[in-house]
Design a protein. Structure first.
Length: 181
């Protein structure tokens, strides 16, 4: 009961005197929500560790959000606890943080270099970055396919030239033999 009263007081709507005050209150509540998402993720990780057989049925299925959200929250918590994000750089939304956890280490390093690993990053910015990475990958695959075709053509040419060389050597030997006789 005490916790409920504390929460009611902490979340009570205060008459706003300025836009700055509104931003201050909203930002504080958002930061608290971010901390709660991380705590929820940690609880999910711990519940799975403690109750592996019952986790899906007795924990996840009874939560007020779906399996995908549970998975994302737990993944973010594991990444934070593993040190993937430095303090102060974790995105404020779990969905943006989760997207960053899907990057390979070198891709995350690129995201950091491009300034995409910070609290205010938007999910759409990370999605655009991932799409750009995929385009680069596809271009590289296209270039690789082109190089592989070129390699095959050159091998075939070398094969034809080798056969022609062998034939020319055989003819030369025949002519030299004829000249000796």
């Amino acid at each position: 009961m005490h916790d409920e009263r504390v929460a009611l007081v902490a979340n009570a709507l205060v008459p706003l005197r300025s836009a700055d005050q509104a931003v201050e209150h909203i930002a504080r509540l958002w930061k608290e929500a971010q901390d709660k998402f991380l705590a929820i993720g940690r609880y999910l990780v711990e519940a799975k560790r403690r109750f592996p057989k019952a986790y899906e049925r007795e924990v996840v299925d009874r939560l007020p959000f779906g399996r995908q959200v549970a998975y994302q929250l737990a993944t973010v918590a594991r990444a934070v606890d593993a040190g993937t994000f430095q303090s102060g750089e974790m995105p404020r939304t779990y969905s943006a943080a989760y997207l960053l956890t899907t990057l390979a280490n070198e891709e995350l390093a690129q995201a950091r270099q491009k300034g995409l690993v910070h609290p205010d990053v938007r999910r759409r910015e990370i999605e655009a970055f991932k799409k750009a990475l995929e385009r680069e990958r596809q271009e590289m695959l296209g270039r690789r396919a082109l190089l592989l075709r070129q390699q095959e053509a050159l091998k075939a040419k070398v094969g034809r030239l080798s056969e022609a060389l062998e034939q020319a050597i055989a003819e030369l030997k025949y002519v030299e033999k004829e000249l000796e006789s």
